[in-house]
Design a protein around this ligand. Sequence first.
Ligand code: GDP
Length: 442
Amino acid sequence: MFESLSKKLQSAFQVFSRDKELTEDNLQKAMREVRVALLDADVNFSIANALVAAIKEKAIGEKVVKSVSASQQFIKIVHDELVKLMGSEEKPLRLKASPSVILLCGLQGSGKTTHAAKLAYYLKEKENKKVLLAACDRQRPAAIQQLQTLGKSIDTPVFNVENESSALKVAKAAYTEAKKSNFDVLIVDTAGRLELDDTLMEELISLQKSLDNPSEVLFVANAALGQKAASIAKAFNDAVSITGTILTMLDGNARAGSALSILKASGMPIRFEGIGEKPEDLQLFNPTSMADRILGMGDTINLVKKAEEHFNEEESEQMRRKLRRAEFTYEDYISQMNKIKKMGSIKSLLKMMPGMSALGDIDIPEDQLKKTEAIIYSMSKKERQNRCELIVSRRKRIANGSGNSMEEVNRLVKGFKRMKDMMKKLPKNKLSEKMLGEKQWH
Ligand code: GDP
C-alpha cells in the first residue's frame, strides 16, 4: 500500500542529507519533491498545494532542536500535517436509535456487499451488537446470494424477500423486522452502477427517506480511484448527505489521492478501511496510522491493537522483554508463532513493523508452520531451549524424528539464527518503543 508514494517521500527527505537545520534552501528542494510525490499519488492539485503550504509554514517557524536533525524535524512536520488533514482522530460510528440503520452506498464493485458483512462482523465481535443485514441490492442478481453466504459465514441473519424487485419494499420490511425482533443495528446493502446515474440516486434517496433517517449513510469507495473519487463522493453526498466513508481495497493498489479527495469533497470523516476480502479485514480508519503507512513507518497502531486482541497484558510484556533481550528460544518461537498466526499472515504482520516493509516479498506458507512445529517438537528439551549448538548429527536425528529432510531442519536453524541476529541488531528498547507507538523520526 502506498509503496511508491512512501519511496518518493523518503527520497525527498534525503535532500537534507546530514543537515542540522531546516534552511530556506533545503526546505525549498524538499518541498518541491514532496509536492511531486503527492501529485504522482494522484492527490488533487489544490489539496497537494495546501498541504505543502501548511508544511512550509510550520517548517519555517520551527525552532532548531540540537538533538534532532533537519530531516527528522521535517518528517515530523509532514507527519503531523498529514494526520491533521486526515481528521486527526478515529471517528467511530454514531449509532443513535434502536435499531440504528446504516445505509451503504457507492459504485458497483466498490465493496458494498463485502463491507456490509465486514461491518456486521465488526459490530457483533467488537461491540456486541445484534445485527440484521438487509439485501437491498436488487440489481446485481448475485448480490443477494453473496450477502446470504457472507451472513452465514459470520453467523448473522440476512433479511430478504424472494422475487421482490423493489429495494424500497425489502428495506421497509427489513426495518419492521429489525424493530420487532429487537436488533440493535440494521445494515442495508444497496445497488451500485458502474457509473453514476439518476435512477441509482433516486432509489437511494427514497431508501434513505423510508428508513427513518439512518444513523449513518456510509459511502463505500475503492481506494484505487485516486482523485476521481472526489466527484463520486460529491455526487453521493449531494444526493443523500453521507455521514462518513469506508475506504476499501487498501490491501491493493491504493492511492493516497482517494482518501484525501473524499475527505475534501464530502467534508465527512473516513470511518473504516477495508484491508482484505475476509469478514475480519476491516479496521477503524486511524489518521496517525495512515500517516505512518504513507511515510513508510509501518503500522504500529494496528499492530499493537491486534496484539492486544490476541495476547494478554502479561504475555505481551513477556514477549516485549524477550524481543528486547533477543532471548528467543525455539520453544518461545513456536509458541509465539502459534499466537501470531492468529493475528494474520506473517508477511502482513512484518509489514506492519517499522523498517520491515523493506523486506519485500517474503512469505511463510501455512504448512511451513506445521513443519516447523514438528521439527521443534523432535528436539530435546535442552535443544528447544537453545542452550547448545545443533551439530550435524543432532540435526540428522531431528530430521528423522520429525519426518523432515535435513534441508528443512537446516532451513529452520538458519532462519531462527537470522531472526535472533536481526533482533540483536535492533537498538535496545527501540522495537518495544516503536511497538508501543513512540516514534523515531528517521
Ligand atoms: P459491490 O458491488 O459494491 O457490492 O462490491 P463487492 O462487495 O461485491 O466487492 C467486489 C469485489 O471486491 C469482491 O470480489 C470482493 O471480494 C472484493 N473486495 C471487497 N472489499 C475488498 C478489500 O478490502 N480488499 C480486497 N482485496 N478485495 C475486496
